[in-house]
Write a protein that binds this ligand. Structure first.
Ligand code: PMM
Length: 295
């Protein structure tokens, strides 16, 4: 493993400008896309997307994550103008309504415009690798930044799911991202890291990473886990049977995985079903509060 740790583990669990509920945060997913893998097309116009964002906030989402480009396996990119048109009006309306929003984008111009419209966090599944201007953009914006583990664009990522030791490899690659982001001016104290569940990963990789979140915390940054409705959950639910349980049938299991991630110390979970996700992280918080107590 490379020389990766940038701070002592577990030293910081709060980020400037983001809610501080004293437990793992719940990020509600709002895909303003026609083709995301589980909710594509449901909120593809601005009005319906804003209503959905307000509903997610009313259900208890600490952050509403607005995305305008699908990252499902095999997906093709959308043009910049289209991504801007899908995301910025939604971010602006939600921010005006007092909702804490993030923008899920790999593109610096979209990140910049969304922050100007009121987004308080930039969520980049490529960790800055897809757009060389992203690091300087978030450095200038001065907002927290989620850098996810990423190896290749969605249409080809399944070809990159090869690891020696997946935990060591992801730690090394994320550690490198943090150093390169810092070199480009991004304050490491504003970086959230994400193992990239389902991105250039097979189910066994996803489970191994989830089971070793404690090792990833050694990088010294808060961790975000985006497991909701992903393929490894559908496969685990169908274990012993044929195929996978479809995305719509994965919410209870997704909440269970959120609880596991929160118990392991995740800073934030990214979920479709906010009510279930919130219950899950509340149970995790209650459990964690008793971990160090002797009966
Ligand atoms: N997954 C998706 C999109 N954005 N962002 C982060 N930080 N982590 C993730 O795991 C992640 C993400 C793809 O899932 P979706 O199509 O349900 O949004």
């Amino acid at each position: 493993m490379q020389d990766v740790p940038v701070r002592r583990p577990g030293t910081r669990t709060e980020l400037e400008g983001l809610p501080r509920p004293g437990r793992c945060l719940v990020m509600g997913i709002l895909n303003v896309t026609p083709d995301s893998f589980s909710d594509g097309g449901l909120y593809a116009d601005t009005g319906r997307a804003v209503d959905r964002g307000l509903a997610l906030a009313a259900q208890g989402a600490d952050i509403v994550d607005v995305g305008g480009e699908s990252t499902r396996p095999g997906a093709y990119p959308v043009g910049l103008e289209e991504e801007l048109a899908r995301t910025v009006p939604v971010v602006r309306a939600l921010a005006r309504a007092g909702v804490c929003t993030s923008v899920d984008t790999m593109h610096a111009p979209v990140a910049r415009a969304a922050v100007e419209a009121g987004a308080r966090l930039v969520n980049d599944v490529s960790g800055g690798l897809a757009d060389p201007a992203m690091a300087s953009t978030v450095a200038a914006a001065g907002v927290p930044y989620v850098a996810m583990h990423w190896r290749a664009p969605s249409r080809e990522m399944d070809r990159h799911a090869e690891y020696g030791d997946v935990v060591d490899d992801v730690i090394a690659e994320l550690g490198l991202r943090v150093r390169q982001l810092a070199d480009a001016g991004v304050d490491p104290a504003r970086v959230v890291l994400d193992p990239g569940i389902g991105f250039a990963k097979r189910p066994e990789h996803d489970w191994t990473l989830l089971a070793h979140l404690g090792s990833l915390r050694r990088l010294g940054c808060p961790l975000l886990v985006g497991a909701s409705r992903k393929r490894f959950i559908g496969a685990a639910l169908a274990a012993g049977g044929a195929g996978e349980v479809p995305p719509a049938g994965r919410d209870v299991a997704s909440a269970a995985v959120s609880a596991l991630a929160a118990v392991a110390g995740a800073y934030c979970v990214r979920v479709h079903d906010v009510r279930a996700g919130l219950d899950a992280v509340r149970m995790a918080a209650a459990y964690r509060a008793h971990l160090d107590r002797t009966p």
